[in-house]
Every structure is written in C-alpha cells, then in structure tokens.
Design a binder for this molecule. Structure first.
Ligand SMILES: [Fe+2]
Ligand SMILES: [Fe+2]
Length: 287
C-alpha cells in the first residue's frame, strides 16, 4: 500500500480539457488489463501494474487524472463460469471435496471480479488525486494474488476457475455506481468488501471443521489484505464526502437507497471493521 498523503479535499472538476492518455500512463494500463478476458492473463497484467506502481518513479507508470476514456461497461470475461441468477448458484456443504471446491470457486469468482473492480476505479474516475489511482492499482494487484491463490488451490483439487456456475452481483453494483466515485466507494469497498470481513471467519470455521487447513489459510491471507482494501475505501469515502459536502453518516443511507443497496447487517466482525476505519457510531447505527 502506498503512503502518499492525500491532499485536503478541494472543489471537483479539475480537468477542464480531457485528453488522450500519454504513453506509460497508469489508467490506460488499467483499462487494458480490465479488457483482458483470460483470467490468468488479467491477473498477471494487474500484478504487473501493481509492481510498476510500487516501484515508484522507476516503474514508469504515472496516472494522468485528466486522461479521458470511453464509458465501457463490460470488462473482459472468459467463456466460463456461466453467470446465472444468484438463486441458481448451487449451494453445497463443506462435507465433500466437491462442496469445498465449489465454495473456493465462489470465492475465486469474487476475487476475479475484485480485480476488475479495482482496475475500474483506476481508469474510470477522472479528476482525482494521484493517491486515488495508486491506491486502487495496489488493490488490483492484491486481488490478482488472491485470485491466483484460489485458482492454484482449485487446480490442486482437480478443478479450474469456470467449473461451477457463478452470479454477477458484484459487477451489477459496479455498473450502478460507474458515474459516481463517492457511490462507488460507499457501496463496493464499504458495503460489499466489508461484508467479506464479517463472513470470512465463519467460512474459515466451516472449512476448519471439515479439516480443510489449506482453504482456511488462504482465506486468512485474503482477510488480512481485505482489511486494507476496506480501509482505503473508508479513507476515500471521507475525502469525497468532504469534497462534496456530504454528511458521512446520513449521506451513506441516501447513496444506498439511490442505488438499491440495503444497509449492512450484523453480526459484524467488529475488530476487523474498526481496524478498517469504520467508526463506533457507524457500527451502532447499523446494529
Ligand atoms: Fe480480495
Ligand atoms: Fe478486496
């Protein structure tokens, strides 16, 4: 994660003259990785972007907040998994090898979407401080790592990403919030990724009860990193609320209802949520 301080929130609309991305521009690289359909290739491209960003000036990938892009809505996707309605995704218990593989596949699908969500935050939203782009580029690289860990584990178990049906709920929220960076951070990292903080320990306990230590350990690595992703979401939520004059508490409810999202439901992973920057007032409001 980069340590670049974010500037005080100023007025929106810093880019009066949108332009094409120059060579070696970070957001164009993110847009290209987002468009890759083959999962391992997309993950590799996201990792390479993260490495370039972590290398700083030596990495030679700088963001241009005023670079303009089309309003593409569908990232590159492989032919499988088949995307079905959430109620049609088969639910299997963890008592069988097949059930545990299906569970890890469902999480791999979330991580694959998370690569696209982080890349989307990099390329889609113009006029933001440099730290915004570097933060989400770093997140994209960690999501690529998570996807790779799960795809490798599925392969060890005789499966591959694409073997089980999946649903498109995460991307639906990305589409609904594609015109508004504040709504994006309110409802993707602060709602959907934060939900992951709550449910991951429960999934880990189910895997552990089935003797699946490898699966449990991968989820621990993911949980540790996801606290950081939610923290980045919280940091930018506060910054964007200040810029736009939105009350962080009441404004969240308005954004959620505008975009058809419901409030977080307890039980919460309080420790992880507090480490990720949620306040006691927020948790009490949703309890
Ligand atoms: Fe992740
Ligand atoms: Fe994440």
């Amino acid at each position: 994660m980069n340590e670049l301080p974010i500037p005080p929130a100023g007025p929106a609309g810093a880019c009066d003259a949108p332009r094409s991305a120059p060579a070696g521009e970070l957001r164009a690289a993110a847009r290209a990785a987002w468009a890759i359909a083959e999962p391992r290739a997309k993950a590799a491209a996201a990792s390479a972007i993260g490495e370039a960003v972590a290398a700083g000036a030596a990495g030679a990938l700088r963001p241009d907040p005023c670079a303009a892009f089309d309003d593409a809505t569908r990232p590159g996707r492989p032919g499988a998994p088949r995307l079905v309605h959430p109620r049609d995704v088969p639910q299997r218990g963890v008592g069988s090898d097949e059930g545990r593989a299906a569970l890890l596949h469902a999480i791999a699908h979330i991580e694959f979407n998370a690569i696209d969500l982080a890349l989307d935050a990099v390329w889609r939203f113009g006029g933001l401080p440099e730290a915004w782009y570097l933060d989400w580029a770093g997140v994209a690289a960690e999501e690529a790592l998570h996807f790779g860990l799960l795809a490798d584990e599925l392969r060890r178990r005789g499966h591959a990403y694409g073997d089980f049906d999946a649903h498109d709920g995460l991307w639906a929220m990305a589409l609904r919030t594609r015109g508004d960076a504040l709504a994006r951070v309110a409802l993707v990292p602060r709602l959907m990724e934060a939900r992951g903080l709550d449910v991951t320990p429960q999934i880990q306990a189910r895997l552990a009860s089935a003797g699946d230590e490898a699966g449990r350990a991968i989820l621990q690595r993911i949980l540790d990193d996801e606290v950081g992703h939610v923290a980045i979401g919280n940091r930018w939520y506060a910054w964007l609320c200040a810029r736009e004059g939105v009350d962080p508490l009441g404004g969240w409810d308005a954004l959620a209802s505008r975009h058809g999202a419901s409030s977080p439901r307890p039980p919460f992973n309080r420790d992880a949520r507090l480490r990720a920057g949620f306040t006691e007032a927020e948790l009490a409001r949703w309890a």
